[in-house]
Design a protein around this ligand. Structure first.
Ligand code: CUA
Length: 286
């Protein structure tokens, strides 16, 4: 005898499928809610001083490509209808139009040039300007799979980092003889930034390429081992809780390489920093 599905069996299994799908969707929605404090469907909110320019450029490009998209598709559909096959109507043969070609090549060329110049200017502001002198220096060194973070102690100075000295035992590549580093304190996967004060990052890697990425800061920087990146800085304009996510596929544990990042009022930052007792030996990361 053949096994046949009865209508009621089909209904049960499709109901089960539906239940599974909605449970899956709920899990996804929860996972999203945990990562994103704000909109999942559009840009996350921006809290960095430089983010406005990044978003501005994004919207300009979105507008230009949107206009081009609508124009191209409108023309295409129009031509498809206008020049469709009709019996008895001969096809038109054209060798193009030089004036038109010059126009639609020159205009985009100038638009691209303008975007490149503007983008380059913004990039210079973000990465080529010297960070402000009152910036809080924070060292972040990626490893498989987590973030070593180092903050200056009461002297406000970080110990000097040397890329060649970065090792398993010395994730920050600190010179033990450097007095500036003696009162530094370290955390693991925990970052606190004061609001309204520039933060100068010193980024490095212990092993493979990682990337410092916080969408709400519109900030992304690869960290290639053997280098200390000392030119990245930001200024948070609003408080909140964010996630420092690694954005370079760096191994099996890449997905869980994230740090909790809070932006808090200056006084709360001072209190937090005070609560972190500096370890007697500051060479090790944790
Ligand atoms: Cu580190 Cu991905």
């Amino acid at each position: 005898m053949k096994l046949l599905e009865t209508p009621s069996m089909t209904r049960t299994s499709s109901l089960r499928g539906l239940a599974f799908l909605s449970a899956f969707a709920l899990t996804l929605a929860n996972a999203q809610a945990e990562i994103r404090e704000t909109s999942v469907w559009w840009l996350p909110r921006n809290v960095n001083m430089f983010g406005h320019d990044v978003d501005f450029l994004f919207y300009i490009i979105l507008f230009l490509t949107g206009v081009a998209f609508i124009g191209v598709f409108f023309a295409m559909i129009l031509f498809l209808i206008k020049y469709r096959y009709r019996p008895g109507v001969a096809a038109i043969h054209t060798h193009g139009n030089n004036a038109l070609e010059v126009v639609w090549t020159t205009i985009p060329a100038f638009i691209f040039l303008a975007l490149a110049i503007y983008g380059n200017e913004q990039w210079s502001k973000m990465r080529r300007q010297t960070p402000p002198a009152n910036a809080l220096p924070v060292a972040v060194v990626g490893e498989q799979f987590g973030w070593n973070v180092r903050y200056p102690g009461p002297d406000g100075k970080l110990g000097k980092m040397v890329a060649a000295k970065i090792s398993k035992e010395n994730p920050f590549g600190i010179d033990v003889a450097d007095p500036a580093g003696l009162d530094d304190f370290t955390t693991y996967n925990e970052l606190v930034f004061p609001v309204g004060r520039p933060v100068r990052l010193y980024l490095g890697s212990k092993d493979v390429i990682h990337a410092f990425y916080v969408p709400e800061f519109r900030l992304y920087q690869d960290m290639v081992p053997g280098r200390v990146y000392d030119f990245v800085w930001l200024k948070a304009e609003a408080t909140g809780n964010f996630q420092l996510a690694c954005n370079q596929l760096c191994g099996q544990g890449h997905y869980k390489m994230f740090g909790k990042l809070s932006v808090v009022p200056e006084l709360a930052y001072e209190a937090w920093a005070k609560s972190k007792t500096p370890p007697p030996v500051t060479m090790t990361g944790r």
